[in-house]
Ligand binder design. Structure first.
Ligand SMILES: Nc1ncnc2c1ncn2[C@@H]1O[C@H](COP(=O)(O)OP(=O)(O)OP(=O)(O)O)[C@@H](O)[C@H]1O
Ligand SMILES: [Mg+2]
Length: 241
């Protein structure tokens, strides 16, 4: 088996608000190897977005270790973490985060340009990524000139653009109709088949069925893991229903 692209060991993340400590994650262990797509499910507030933010180097654990491509993020300088994020990590945010003053193709080209790819090449690569998710014709539009589902596809193109090997998607199909949602998952799945490692946060069992494994979070703890076809009874048991 190949070395994990993402490895979380004993990861805890606490938020302090005055005297109150919220434990968003508690002692989470998770490895994702190239070729693998892992779905993360769990109720609202269970720590799914926190897990993804830690995996993507957008947040740091209170305890435990997060390694991306074998490198412990805690051992890297902020500039090195930023470089890992640009080169290795594709992130689809729960709230999209498209820049309103940039067109679709400019939004998608941005991470490449930040990484030193020349303008023309970055745009052509961005255009291909937009085509891959079916919105190539909207390349020149600004986010507020597109529907929610179209914006979501642009955000996915931005995460997939270039040779990123760790793909992190937080509810990437939220604003999409079911056909478009499936298309996006097919693209994500294909990237994993081609050697990427993916983590997909989803509320829908039907979407989790695209994954090799399903990890179920509750109150910041992994309470269950299952194979590709999530046995409903074990998820129900884990959910305490
Ligand atoms: N910056 C913060 N300060 C305080 N508490 C936080 C902060 N960020 C997250 N939390 C808390 O951590 C817990 C996990 O939040 P998280 O966003 O990871 O949940 P989630 O599973 O993604 O939920 P949802 O399905 O609603 O997106 C929640 O109780 C949340 O209130
Ligand atoms: Mg969330």
């Amino acid at each position: 088996m190949s070395a994990p692209l993402l490895e979380l060991s004993g990861v805890t993340r606490e938020h302090r608000q005055g005297d109150v400590v919220v434990q968003a994650l508690r002692g989470v262990d998770l490895s994702v190897t190239p070729g693998e797509l892992v779905a993360v499910m769990g109720p609202s507030g269970s720590g799914k977005s926190t897990l993804l933010q830690l995996a993507g180097g957008l947040d740091s654990p209170t305890a435990g270790r997060v390694c991306v491509e074998g490198r412990d993020l805690a051992g890297l300088s902020p500039a090195q973490v930023a470089a890992v994020r640009r080169r290795s990590v594709g992130y689809v945010f729960q709230d999209l985060n498209l820049l309103p003053s940039l067109t679709a193709v400019e939004n998608v080209a941005l991470p490449l340009e930040l990484d030193g790819v020349r303008g023309g090449v970055a745009r052509r690569t961005a255009r291909a990524a937009l085509d891959e998710v079916g919105v190539g014709a909207l390349a020149g539009r600004f986010p507020d000139e597109m529907s929610g589902g179209q914006q979501q596809r642009v955000a996915i193109a931005r995460a997939l653009v270039g040779p990123r090997r760790l793909l992190l998607a937080d509810e990437p199909t939220g604003a999409l109709d079911s056909t478009t949602g499936e298309e996006v998952l097919r693209v994500l799945r294909a990237r994993c088949e081609a050697g990427a490692a993916g983590v997909l946060v989803t509320h829908e069992a039907r979407h989790a069925a695209w994954a090799d494994r399903v990890v179920f979070l509750r109150d910041g703890v992994i309470v269950d893991q299952s194979g590709p076809v999530a046995p409903a009874e074990s998820l129900l048991a884990a959910g305490g229903a």
